[in-house]
Design a binder for this molecule. Sequence first.
Ligand SMILES: [Zn+2]
Length: 241
Amino acid sequence: MNAQLKLLVELQEIDSQLQRLEATKGDLPVREREVRNKRDALKNRLDSLQAELEQTRKDRVRANSEFESLKDKKAKYQKQLFTVRNNREYDAVTAEIELAEKALEDLETRIIALMEREDQLSKEVERVSEELKVAETELEELLKELNEKSAQIEDQRLRLMHEREKVVMQADKSLVASYERIRRAKGGLAVVPVSKGACGGCFTQIPPQRALEIRSSDRIYTCEVCGRYLYWKDDTFSDSH
Ligand SMILES: [Zn+2]
């Protein structure tokens, strides 16, 4: 077998072992990502709710002080009514009082609406805070589980990574790059044996003449359908007998 192809076969074996090792974590990494996303979304929601609540409070405080100063103004006009000197002045002051009364009514409606909104927002803040707390606890537990699992497989993973480095150092750089590309695109499998006359990756039949070449030639062959590297395994040959 071509020496470089042999290295790729070793690399594939190591990567498959690493993948199996990683798979022992089960759905923990996926769940961790999901809960983390949920936690982040809740945190954003809480931040914007709190900002809105703060703004609503400020608006209410301002409306309240407008209300008070308008009440003072109205009281002043009412006092002026006792000092008017003619009907024209009386009508003018009365008109001002009516204007102030209308504005006070509007402000009161606005203050009530703001108070209701504040109430709503406070409840929503409480509810989202509670949900956030639950998500954070869940995330902590998942992380703990994941760390324990990672610690269990760490020795094995390091040993494989070390082996992998050794193989990569000996292998042709562009071949390794191409291997990585295929592996990423093809579900982790870039180097496959010819199995029962077919590509061990996509199971497309290989013409017998080409299969013979793969077996005997020192060249590196790839599957014409899936692009994976092909190698001959002696026990596959005995399969066909
Ligand atoms: Zn194939």
